[in-house]
Design a protein around this ligand. Sequence first.
Ligand SMILES: NC(=O)c1ccc[n+]([C@@H]2O[C@H](COP(=O)([O-])OP(=O)(O)OC[C@H]3O[C@@H](n4cnc5c(N)ncnc54)[C@H](OP(=O)(O)O)[C@@H]3O)[C@@H](O)[C@H]2O)c1
Length: 274
Amino acid sequence: MSEGLAEQKIGFLGCGAMARALCGGLVAGGVPKAHLRGSDPNPSQRENFADSLGIETTGDNEVLVASSDIVVLCTKPGLVAEAIGALPETLRTEPRLWISIAAGIRLSALEQSLGTPSRIIRVMPNTPALVGQGASVFCPNASANESDRAAAESLLAWVGTTWEAPNEEMLDAVTGLSGSGPAYVFLFLEALAEAGQKQGLPREAADALAFQTVLGAARLAIESELSPAELRAQVSSPGGTTVAGLAELDRAGFRDAVDRAVTAATHRSRELGE
Ligand SMILES: NC(=O)c1ccc[n+]([C@@H]2O[C@H](COP(=O)([O-])OP(=O)(O)OC[C@H]3O[C@@H](n4cnc5c(N)ncnc54)[C@H](OP(=O)(O)O)[C@@H]3O)[C@@H](O)[C@H]2O)c1
């Protein structure tokens, strides 16, 4: 059973891809299905959620919120204020924990929508959560308590790793790194596999080799006591093939390009939150 979530009724407001991933993690973690529920105005999203997870759904957000100790806000960011605003005031102000995964929606904006000193935790997940390999960061508001933190932490731990940011400002950098990061890695995978094909490999083999190389290198970096720089040095014999390849990445400004990508995405996240 997930620590901090044992007796809680958890409602997912919005039954899209991220809600399915998070709710699926809780089911895998042993949270009783009767404690979980989803709401969505879209019947096909409800059906998908119910069929894939075996969880009850409703088309009525009021029903969901009224029956939940924790509400996980999983709509697109632009719809969060509207969805909260459509709830009757009593439901907005009753004591419960609100967890928002909406990118760029600040705690102050959520506090304003809910209207009272509510217990809120803002989360920045990423898409690998869909396969239980997410990297999520969370940040509680001043009203959230220790058991709220523990609940958010165990919810996120079921779909990957999680870290509590010491302040909300860091969530922009988190968005620039791990939120947008899967797309940078997908671009690298495309480039790596295409380059392999250009050197004569069949497409399927090039894809499989590229995917497994990135997965394996990341696993090695996680499990090894050596830093990525030391691991790189280990496979770079003078005059060898890897050194020849790395020299080209250096000449092309690879490190600087990654730095500029994270900087641009961090700035964009800051702009969107203003
Ligand atoms: N996917 C990611 O990589 C990622 C990463 C970090 C954070 N996030 C955040 O996660 C949130 C959800 O993303 P997602 O990819 O799961 O989006 P999604 O698949 O579009 O899911 C959102 C769901 O909310 C439904 N919805 C719309 N209005 C609603 C309302 N008033 N009440 C209840 N449900 C409503 C949508 O229905 P319709 O289909 O009819 O619109 C849809 O089923 C977003 O805020 C996003 O910023 C996502």
